[in-house]
Design a protein around this ligand. Structure first.
Ligand code: CA
Length: 229
């Protein structure tokens, strides 16, 4: 759920905006002072800010400028005076949108949705997709280091995860315990190749339906292990 901060000194306007935004499924907080608004805007981790321009103490211009120094959170500025809007534009504060009071609450909701959607697209295009392996019911997110078995997330220790990921990244390749130990425990002095056997057992308990008939990690007797695809 997207979280929105409204900084507005007129409580009735703030409440009206809050009601409409909450009806649209947003989580909304109100701050009636500029000073409090600035602190919340900088520390509250909101998805969007609605800033009134004229506030007691720190005004909307200042909040916008300070927030922009450190965050790209969408900012919608509102003012009772039309010439303020020209001033906001002229100052190049980095606000994303401007509205003149009075405005219809549904117009506000529409704009909030549009800016959140645009920001979402921006953020998702900027971050690379996670590296994910999916084999039958097993899903490994190598970037997030998370594992799901038939849709259910399972907890893995660091080494269990590294070993499973290494095998699943090289399917149908037989590795000896020595090779796996060197690969996963490489620079660490503790442990020996028996550690590999123990970890394989623990991984199987988490990913296999029947550990005596493994569907994923196969034992190749006298040689080592192979991830079946
Ligand atoms: Ca005001």
């Amino acid at each position: 759920m997207s979280r929105i901060l409204i900084v507005e000194d007129e409580a009735s306007i703030a409440e009206l905006e809050k009601d409409y935004l909450e009806l649209s499924g947003f989580e909304v907080e109100i701050e009636l002072t500029g000073d409090g608004g600035l602190v919340k805007a900088l520390t509250g981790n909101y998805d969007l800010l609605i800033l009134d321009l004229m506030l007691p103490g720190v005004d909307g211009f200042e909040i916008c400028r300070k927030v922009r120094e450190v965050q790209n959170t969408p900012i919608l500025m509102v003012s009772a005076r039309k010439d303020d809007i020209d001033k906001i534009r002229g100052l190049g504060l980095g606000a994303d949108d401007y509205m003149t009071k009075p405005f219809s609450p549904s117009e506000l909701v529409a704009r909030v949705k549009a800016h959140l959607a645009r920001y979402e697209r921006l953020v998702s295009s900027a971050s690379p997709a996670n590296d994910v392996i999916e084999i039958r019911g097993l899903k490994i997110d190598k970037t997030a280091r998370r594992v799901w078995v038939n849709g259910e997330e399972k907890a893995f220790t660091t080494k269990e995860f590294d070993l499973l990921t290494f095998l699943a990244s090289h399917p149908n390749h037989v590795y000896t315990k020595d090779e796996l130990f060197r690969e996963v425990w490489a620079m660490e002095s503790i442990g020996d190749i028996a550690t590999v056997t123990v970890h394989i057992k623990k991984i199987r308990e988490k990913i296999e339906t029947n550990t005596s008939k493994p569907q994923y990690i196969e034992t190749i007797w006298g040689v080592g292990y192979r991830f079946k695809i």
